[in-house]
Design a protein around this ligand. Sequence first.
Ligand code: ADP
Ligand code: MG
Length: 311
Amino acid sequence: AIPLVVAINTSLAAQNGMLIRDRIAMEEARELDTIVFDKTGTLTEGEQGVVDVATVDGVDEDEALALAAAVEGDSEHMIARAIREAADERGVAARSATGFEALKGRGVRATVDGRTVHVGGPNLLSQLDSDVPPELTAFAERAGENARTVVYLVREGERGEPSGGASGGAASVAGDPVAAFALADVIREESYRVVDGLHELGIEVAMLTGDSKDVADAVAEELGIDTVFAEVLPEDKDEKVQELQNQGKFVAMVGDGVNDAPALTRADVGIAIGSGTDVAVQSADIILVQNNPMDVVRLVKLSKASYRKMQ
Ligand code: ADP
Ligand code: MG
């Protein structure tokens, strides 16, 4: 009788836009006590636009935007798209860049007029050992409180006042940020009901993101999320899932990006959402084709209902 129940379960799932790649995971979903969500594009729309620009003295906003757009010229990341769009909208003069390089989970770099220029977030700044000047710190704090993602423009060799840190090394290709861009993202309407629905089922909700702690905390507070992992590099995302497992939790991961693949594999139940990247889909046990995070709640309920039938 079990194969029959599993078959019913699978076809019910299919009718609800859930593709089951691993039936055991579907049966086990009833036992989940923690579900981890990727932030950008999963709990939020991920359609970010540049809403604010700040620069240090002597750097023009349009010039900074033009430079950032040139460096982002080759990137498919939604932050890159938003920056290019903002430059277009402002009608700033285009600059050309060469030697594009993507720094996964950090940002991008390219060469403009023979000089290395970086654009990226907090993970990039730690890697470059950059100090954020006070003008930009205040800007970033304000942006963070409003759940806005901030990325910085760093031009090779430009260092601010020595701050006693390790920065200022003459041979360094990096520098301190000369401009910052705030990007607005919107929490998906469904996300509120997802968190409430999972809490009603006794499931804890966690969020995993490469974005800054400020933004992650703001989104988590708004949604009532229990646990936050922020500023996590792509290669470390699966470790956060394992941390929860080591605490004895039975964990699902929900994500859509290439970056999420190792965490999807590590999780007890890996759930790819939306069109998802091929890599995410191949690493998942279950694929939610309708790109509706509410399907995560439906999936757990369906698993619980099928299990009762089997007893
Ligand atoms: P998430 O974990 O939210 O899915 P990613 O791992 O794609 O995000 O990126 C994490 C962080 O790395 C971003 O919040 C941003 O700070 C930085 N970043 C990644 N790609 C870019 C890019 N093309 N331009 C600027 N910053 C980037
Ligand atoms: Mg993502």
